[in-house]
Design a binder for this molecule. Structure first.
Ligand SMILES: Nc1ncnc2c1ncn2[C@@H]1O[C@H](COP(=O)(O)OP(=O)(O)OP(=O)(O)O)[C@@H](O)[C@H]1O
Ligand SMILES: [Mg+2]
Length: 334
């Protein structure tokens, strides 16, 4: 599969140089065309900051300290996301990248009819007649199961679920290469959440875009993602194919996260939360950021930040005990 997004060594701080808060540290990730990448991690782990940096949506006091991010769209040249100028960014947004935010319910303009929001967006990027834009709008709504008659509705006239599906359809109206979804389903109930995600996956298969999907719910990602990256304290601590990572987590944090949520299918089991709190980024512990909460930590864990290194095909883990985790768990050294 061809590479769509290539992120290398990205670090983002909030605040002054004197007292920086390292929200994202040395993150590298790759996204292939047509792939669904899930990013998981507790609140404050840096997920939104990471994608905001890639989409150039960071506001002061955020500062990109290092790294590169390159997008290789189907049409046109590669885009240097971190350095693109205003003109390039205008083109890249909607045409190459689209985003659905945590607050997706309120993403539509409340005072504009649905149809106008679609046609205005389309015609800002394509020289097409209004009638053709309206046809495309109707087609996009149809793809998410909303009748074309709704083009004349205002957002408040739609149900919550419909509004969210309309937001997704709008994000896809210019046929982007990449759809970023930042916990887009927290505002709706669980049943609707799964319906919407199923729809996104169906659309993804039909239209072929790639997806970065952010949540703290690892079991949800198992259901929809091809690959998962787990963030902790601003770093990716583990990444790999979704099924492998869920079945056989190699980082104690991934294991803790997995056991914190009920599985979507199969028998209910006891949920074991992760004791303790996410780290204070202003005063990170020495070495591995997870070591103070880790049931398997040894003195060596505090010596240095473990590098994210390969463990078999497509698998990377930032834990010096990754290979002996099963023995540690079975040996009861917790
Ligand atoms: N504008 C800001 N100014 C200062 N610090 C910020 C700002 N935005 C986020 N942070 C801090 O950066 C860290 C990462 O935040 P971020 O929002 O990226 O986390 P997240 O993983 O998206 O969390 P959530 O799951 O709650 O959405 C947190 O410690 C947060 O407090
Ligand atoms: Mg967030």
């Amino acid at each position: 599969m061809t590479l769509l997004l290539d992120v290398k060594n990205l670090s983002v701080d909030y605040g002054s140089e004197a007292e920086p808060l390292p929200a994202v540290s040395e993150v590298s990730l790759e996204l292939r065309r047509g792939e669904i990448l899930g990013i998981a991690g507790e609140s404050g782990s840096g997920k939104t900051t990471l994608i905001n940096a890639l989409l150039r949506l960071l506001r002061p006091p955020a500062v990109v300290r290092s790294g590169s991010a390159t997008l290789h769209p189907r049409s046109g040249e590669a885009v240097d996301l971190l350095h693109a100028d205003a003109r390039e960014l205008r083109r890249t947004r909607w045409e190459h990248t689209a985003v659905v935010f945590q607050s997706a319910m309120n993403a539509l303009n409340p005072v504009s009819r649905l149809g106008a929001q679609f046609t205005d967006t389309l015609r800002a990027h394509r020289r097409i007649p209004k009638s053709q834009a309206r046809e495309r709008a109707a087609h996009m709504l149809d793809l998410v199961g909303i009748p074309a008659a709704r083009l004349d509705s205002f957002p408040h006239e739609l149900s919550g679920g419909m509004r969210q599906r309309a937001t997704i359809a709008l994000a896809l109206v210019c046929d982007p290469d990449l759809l970023v979804m930042d916990e887009p389903t927290t505002a709706v109930d669980v049943v609707m959440q799964r319906q919407i995600l199923r729809q996104v996956i169906r659309l993804q298969r039909e239209l072929g875009f790639s997806v970065v999907f952010i949540t703290h719910d690892l079991s949800l990602l198992l259901e929809i993602a091809d690959r998962i990256a787990v963030m902790y304290g601003g770093r990716i601590v583990e990444s790999g194919p979704a099924g492998d990572l869920y079945r056989d987590p190699k980082h104690p944090y991934t294991r803790g996260l997995r056991d914190s949520f009920p599985p979507l299918r199969g028998p209910m089991r006891r949920l074991n939360g992760i004791p303790g709190n996410p780290p204070d980024l202003r005063s990170l512990p020495p070495g591995c950021p997870f070591q103070p909460r880790c049931p398997h930590a040894t003195p060596e864990c505090a010596a240095s930040v473990p590098a994210l290194t390969g463990h078999g095909t497509e698998r990377a883990v930032a834990c010096i005990h990754a290979d002996d985790l099963p023995a540690l768990i079975n040996g009861g050294r917790a």
